[in-house]
Ligand binder design. Structure first.
Ligand SMILES: NC(=O)c1ccc[n+]([C@@H]2O[C@H](COP(=O)([O-])OP(=O)(O)OC[C@H]3O[C@@H](n4cnc5c(N)ncnc54)[C@H](O)[C@@H]3O)[C@@H](O)[C@H]2O)c1
Length: 326
């Protein structure tokens, strides 16, 4: 019998591919770029499984192009806003993601952005490299304190909780907003549940960890930025469209808030040009989960999910479990 056939839409760690090849025929996109829509539609044809990236829109058209034998699409990401979940569920296709293994890497990057923004690290580094430094001065590259300041967490899920704990370890007071409360974390680090208005008004550093959903698109826009402290810093390592990037650029330019640290952007890889001209924002290219161990673990989970579904077992991390009940 022919071995099942799997498409991997972008190069992942070699160990992950080796494991997949033990059981399946595997084609990997060898180009160092995402597949175009036309390439994706052509390449999915006849596959039993797809290992997808967050840059691949997986909707009804792609699943129809793959064909009815396609049983599972495994995202190499925890966020799955690139999936049309309803379309997959209607077609009986299992969708999976990689929760849990990237919490610390993502939270660490968010916290790195927080510290680097507070202490103007990128700006200061450039100043020295540009040969502008003439010596120590008391009023030079003044930044923000972190200890004793208030860390606001929007979305206290796996990653938000990890950031909250890091904040508490740095002596920060933690407040959070979520659609549900977390009494355990409240007890562990004294975190305080607040409504969104209070979160905006009281945070010295506001870090976003909500998933991208219709209701979280532009969770931070002009109105929300205006409600924040002029000394506040916004961190986004969630998804770009959670922030209205044009409104943020205006707010940073007009000093409505003090600074921002961004890992994600509304129209990646495009970055709002106005942001790039500003010193009070740090931009990094969507690298939050990018550590060797984390990427290996993300691939391990995706491979495990594909293997389980194609051998008739339930996947370990399914985002549309209703398909499994059929
Ligand atoms: N930058 C990166 O590379 C990177 C890496 C990993 C994850 N992410 C993003 O981070 C997100 C969070 O990941 P996670 O594993 O912590 O997910 P999670 O599901 O554990 O946490 C999300 C939290 O947001 C809350 N939430 C949902 N809607 C809300 C709303 N309207 N208001 C307030 N809270 C709301 C949920 O209740 C949940 O507690 C992912 O969806 C993904 O988009 C980005």
């Amino acid at each position: 019998m022919a071995r099942p056939n799997v498409l991997v839409t972008r190069m992942v760690p070699q160990e992950n591919l080796d494991r997949l090849r033990e059981h399946f025929e595997v084609e990997v996109n060898a180009e160092d770029r995402p597949l175009t829509r036309a390439e994706l539609l052509a390449k999915v044809k006849g596959r039993d499984a797809i290992l997808s990236m967050l840059t691949d829109t997986i909707d009804g058209e792609v699943l129809d192009a793959a064909g009815p034998q396609c049983k599972v699409v495994a995202n190499f990401a925890v966020g799955y806003n690139n999936f049309d979940v309803a379309a997959a569920t209607r077609r009986g296709v299992v969708l999976t993601n990689t929760p849990g293994v990237l919490d610390d890497a993502t939270a660490t990057l968010a916290f790195t952005l927080l510290l680097a923004t507070a202490r103007r690290i990128v700006e200061a580094d450039k100043y020295v490299r540009d040969g502008k430094w003439t010596g120590w001065a008391p009023l030079f590259f003044i930044g923000l304190d972190v200890d004793g300041r208030t860390l606001g967490v929007a979305g206290l899920g796996r990653i938000g909780k990890n950031v909250a704990r890091k904040g508490a370890a740095f002596g920060m007071k933690v407040i959070y907003n979520d659609v549900r409360r977390d009494p355990e974390l409240e007890a562990a680090i004294g975190a305080r549940f607040v409504d969104k208005e209070t979160l905006l008004a009281e945070s010295d550093f506001l870090t976003l960890h909500v998933p991208l959903l219709p209701e979280t698109r532009h969770y931070i826009g002009e109105k929300e930025l205006a409600a924040m402290k002029p000394t506040a810093v916004l961190i986004n390592a969630a998804r770009g469209p959670v922030v209205d990037e044009k409104a943020l650029a205006r707010a940073l330019k007009d000093k409505v808030i003090w600074g921002a640290g961004l890992d994600v952007f509304e129209n990646e890889p495009m970055v709002e040009p106005e942001l790039l001209g500003l010193d009070n924002v740090i931009v990094v290219p969507h690298v939050a989960s990018g550590t060797t161990e984390t990427r290996l673990n993300m691939g391990r989970i995706a491979v495990e999910n594909i293997t389980r579904v194609l051998t008739g077992e339930a996947p370990t991390t399914c985002v549309n479990p209703e398909v499994l009940k059929r």
